[in-house]
Write a protein that binds this ligand. Sequence first.
Ligand code: C5J
Length: 223
Amino acid sequence: MRIETANPFPYDFELKNTALVLIDMQRDFIEPGGFGETLGNDVSLLEAIVPATKAALQAWREAGGLVVHTREAHKADLSDCPPAKRNRGNPSLRIGDEGPMGRILVAGEPGNQIIDALAPVDGEIVIDKPGKGAFYATGLHELLQRRGITHLLFGGVTTEVCVQTSMREANDRGYDSLLLEDCTESYFPAFKAATLDMVRAQGAIVGWTAPSAALMAALRQGQ
Ligand code: C5J
């Protein structure tokens, strides 16, 4: 299949070798009362990408593609959260502290769940990641290798933090990655725009970008 209008040039992929990776579409970042809001951010910006992301996920599922969901999640004892990470941000509501949706960024807490609209279904992979990147301390690379995955389509939040980190990690591991432009968002619109530019600059130095409609058109054509 080919996404003809991908930027900076057409993106070729085969369904059986490609996974859709949705980064951290969890309540902590998207709903009021979570980690994102505790840092002073307007979470409604992120909520706005849910309909497009849901439509892309649905189309990908119907095509039979592999789906990977990630959550930024720490163990309850915070043994995987270095002080260098915990001690930054909002000092009165840090990772592991009790917030309006349970303990902030802790696995199993209500705020750590993927939002209902994008909830994983049977057969989809869910990765809890202690870092910003999806490949750090998760075994994701080995899991994708076992399934013969060579291409990754990315969506999720936030564009310049966990999404961009994960795409760069993927790039260094040899994946051809494409970021779905309307399925990712930042609390800072300028950071999102800059990230899209950085990804596709210099002949796709990190990867490609394209609107989700272009992916769905490719899936409809099926070639
Ligand atoms: C952040 C993320 N922004 N998922 N996490 O801390 O991008």
